[in-house]
Ligand binder design. Structure first.
Ligand code: SF4
Length: 356
């Protein structure tokens, strides 16, 4: 291991201080008024709140307290699909709201904001992507959930990070060649792990792309016992120094099952709410984003996820604003690969519980 200099110690300290000082500030009295109002509105409108792990902890807490769901995008989609509520409120980013609408065309889907997008979705426009697929007609098209309804409609399979490896393994076993879009890091990881023939789109997540392997190794020198947990949207160098690679839910499960007491986590810091809630006796550190080529420090916080807040959530519920609409024909086509993923996930669960 390289010598850990005083300057590097300082860098790590700065990193942790910066992260601490950039936690969102709340006015508890105002938050309470808004929380009570949202609880009442959810009942009044027969609505359920689905919050992604990367949203503000206050929204995650509210989803839990009101019988909603806090999870990754696959579980959010499944939960919203099976829940009897007539209105589904999605605290997350746009593609998650669209996915909820595609799965539940008869339900009203609201979001706190329609501005919350995702660099992966933005970086995979349907016209360019469609031309790319047309140029490789011999390949099965597998797209990550972080895509528009139109891109999903062009795909054979939709996957989330929790199921990507299994789906590609399954296709590889059948001798299929694959187009993977849009996240190149996740695609590269899947390719390495499965040995499948994968042609990659070149998108990236602006949050995970910032994690730095060097920063993680520096932090490991301060906490040599810490286990490194990384999301596969992170660059290869980060995955190479990780002890465990997995989706958000898989990261939480891995931390819970581990006997270690300290963890360095390379994914959006919104996940710390669940990690600390479930494991109050363990310590979690955000993986550093500082270092060569970095444009930010501890920016492990998705700017689009952070646009979801109590006030715009209350507004959306009260006035029915920010409703998600998906063209019904497009929705039907996008439903095919989405349903394929849900069926595949169900079969996997049944197989696991059958083997248990
Ligand atoms: S964290 Fe990355 S992948 Fe997730 S919504 Fe934000 S930009 Fe997209």
């Amino acid at each position: 291991m390289t010598e850990f200099s005083a300057a590097e110690h300082q860098l790590v300290r700065d990193h942790l201080l910066y992260a601490e000082s950039h936690k969102p500030h709340h006015d508890p009295a105002r938050d309470k008024v808004l929380r009570d109002k949202i609880k009442q509105l959810l009942k009044q409108h027969n609505a359920v709140l689905l919050a992604h792990y990367y949203t503000d902890p206050l929204l995650q807490q509210l989803a839990e307290e009101t019988g909603g769901c806090v999870s990754d995008s696959l579980e959010m989609a499944r939960f919203g699909h099976e829940h009897p509520a007539q209105t589904v409120v999605v605290a997350g980013v746009r593609f998650m709201g669209e996915t909820a609408k595609i799965l539940n065309p008869e339900k009203r889907v609201l979001m706190p904001t329609l501005e919350a997008t995702c660099s992966l979705d933005v970086g995979c426009p349907i016209d360019r992507f469609s031309a790319f697929c047309d140029a490789h007609p011999d390949r099965v098209v597998v797209v990550y959930a972080n895509t528009s309804a139109a891109v999903k409609a062009r795909a054979d399979w939709v996957v989330t990070s929790s199921i990507a490896l299994k789906v590609v393994e399954h296709l590889h076993d059948q001798g299929k060649k694959i187009i993977w879009a849009p996240d190149q890091h996740l695609g590269n990881y899947v390719q390495r792990e499965t040995g499948a023939d994968v042609l990659l789109w070149d998108g990236a997540c602006i949050v995970h792309e910032e994690f730095k392997a060097k920063g993680i190794l520096d932090l490991k020198q301060v906490y040599p016992d810490a286990v490194v947990l990384a999301h596969p949207e992170s660059p290869r160098a980060v995955l190479d120094v990780a002890d465990y690679i997995g989706s958000t839910t898989q990261i939480i499960n891995a931390a819970r099952e581990s006997s270690a007491k300290r963890f360095i986590v390379a994914t959006d810091q919104g996940i710390f709410y669940k990690l600390q809630q479930q494991m109050p006796n363990k310590e979690f550190f955000i993986a550093p984003t500082a270092g060569s080529g970095a444009t930010c420090r501890s920016c492990a916080n998705c700017p689009w996820m952070a646009m979801n807040a109590l006030d715009n959530l209350a507004d959306s519920l009260e006035h029915g604003t920010n409703e998600i609409f998906v063209d019904p024909e497009l929705g039907k086509r996008a439903m095919i690969p989405l349903q394929r993923m849900l069926d595949f996930a169900r079969q996997l669960r049944e197989k696991v519980s059958g083997n248990a």
